[in-house]
Design a protein around this ligand. Sequence first.
Ligand code: SF4
Length: 239
Amino acid sequence: MIDLFKETIRLQHLLCKNGARKYYRFRSAHFYGGIASADCIGCMLDCVFCWSQKPRKNPEKSGCFYSSQQVAEKLISIARHNHYPKVRVTGNEPTLCKGHLLEIINQIPTNLLFILETNGILIDEAYAQSLAKFSNIHVRVSLKGGTPALFSQLTARSQEYFGLQIRSLRTLLKHKVSCHPAVMLDFLNSNDLKHLQTILASINPALVTDLEFETLIHYPAIDSELRKKNILLYQNKYF
Ligand code: SF4
């Protein structure tokens, strides 16, 4: 199994250069009622359900480098053109290139909300403190499964790292950064869900109320991988 931190460092060397980062697309998207979106390249996880496999698995060959100023300008322009109040960096994992990401947020006017969609793995005390300096930010932490074992099965990384996802929520709340968790319900049985809700409640009961349920997109390649890995799907019968 690939080590998560060695993979993080490998990707950072490849994708974060002189304050710039690789992106494969800039677009308007209908999520959040309309949002300007920059799709970055590179992630330290290898989720079986990832909808952005191609650029993620071919970072050397995909996309181009953009400075933080270029990314901020593109996001602002798309948002203004479409009258969107929100912008985001998404696609793969935005937190990989920390300095670059902070510089982008710094250039986003405060009347635009910056939504950081992340797996939370890299959000430690120092990262949360840096994010806390911005008033126009909301962090959505996308949890991979509800238990360490399921995390490992879904992400192809060691189960010990599930705790880092949970740490991100605790740390963000400690530093008063607006945030909420999300999880794909399709992979959780009732026990997994209860386990996750208990963990979230132990940090802050509001995290249970705010838990967002993501929906699995059934691309043929994803369904085939799920079958290959014998990953069970549940029918959301708990709601
Ligand atoms: S964390 Fe997100 S970008 Fe990374 S592999 Fe998983 S789904 Fe894809």
